[in-house]
Design a binder for this molecule. Structure first.
Ligand code: BJW
Length: 227
């Protein structure tokens, strides 16, 4: 049977590609205050600090390579109906070959204008004084969803969950909403739920199955079972 699978990914899937997670002991939030770098208020206070944070993340992400977990999910599209909903702002899923992909928290590769809402490919280094290529306003920012802002694609995600047979969460702590609520919604709809993590996440009791271990091993094993 062809399964209809919604897969939520988080920072843990990219950890073995060398990109830091947020809430681990050595994670990004141990070195940077969320209020300073991941809120619209922080950007309004000190846009140069926020641009520097995302310039650093963009440079790191550019040199990272997809790992076996990203490649396995891309291969899964050949045999199953898959929607990957990633909270990650790196491009490792698309570089591994995934086609049906939604970046719900935006992407490091995109810039946006807060005056005219235009979006374009971000340069490697964004500056506070960059003009918008469409309207010329110097109100540009990374196209990233910060706390208090509406994530992308929620209607599409909801529709996919309504139609899904499997919901899988990979490498996410389950602490940031609305993504953290998808497992409860899937469960309410009678969708089978499966978690992949190094340790049980905050939402673990809502998952039917938990596979503990590095995503680069557990995800390819799962894909081999269902492909
Ligand atoms: C491995 C591994 C390996 C490691 N293998 N696993 C009170 C209650 C409920 C909600 C709220 C509330 N107060 C405020 C809110 C809303 C707020 C929120 O959720 N706050 C919480 C902190 C409580 N959410 C928002 O504001 C969102 N917008 C919103 O709600 O809009 C209104 C709305 C209304 C109604 C409906 C819908 C919406 C926006 C959230 C924006 C999040 N932005 C960030 C930063 C920007 C992106 C960036 O810079 O990269 O996104 S925060 C950060 O957390 C980032 C991530 O995408 C996100 C999730 O983190 P993730 O991916 O789970 O990483 P970690 O580090 O937490 O976990 C890594 C996991 O991997 C761990 O479990 C490890 O064990 C595991 N792991 N190595 C397998 N090898």
């Amino acid at each position: 049977m062809r399964e209809r699978i919604v897969i939520l990914t988080g920072a843990g899937i990219s950890a073995e590609s060398g990109l830091g997670t947020f809430r681990d002991a050595e994670g990004l939030w141990a070195k940077h205050r969320i209020e300073d770098v991941a809120t619209p208020e922080g950007f309004a206070r000190d846009p140069a600090r926020v641009q520097a944070f995302y310039n650093m993340r963009r440079a790191e992400a550019r040199t990272a390579a997809p790992n076996p977990a990203h490649f396995a999910l891309a291969a899964l599209e050949a045999t199953q109906d898959v929607l990957i909903v990633t909270q990650n702002v790196d491009t490792l899923h698309e570089r591994a070959g995934s086609q049906n992909l939604l970046h719900m928290h935006g992407s490091l590769t995109q810039a946006m204008c807060t005056s005219c809402q235009a979006r374009w490919e971000a340069p490697l280094v964004m500056e506070v004084s960059d003009p918008c290529p469409h309207c010329g306003a110097r109100h540009t920012r990374p196209d990233i969803v910060w706390f208090g802002e509406m994530p992308y694609g929620l209607e599409q995600i909801d529709a996919a969950l309504q139609n899904a047979t499997i919901f899988a969460a990979i490498g996410t702590s389950g602490t940031v909403y609305p993504a953290a609520g998808f497992v409860a919604e899937a469960r309410r709809l009678g969708v089978r739920t499966l978690e992949f993590n190094l340790e049980p996440s905050a939402g673990q009791p809502l998952f039917d199955e938990l596979r503990i271990g590095p995503a680069s091993e557990t995800v390819p094993n799962w894909v081999a079972e269902i492909a």
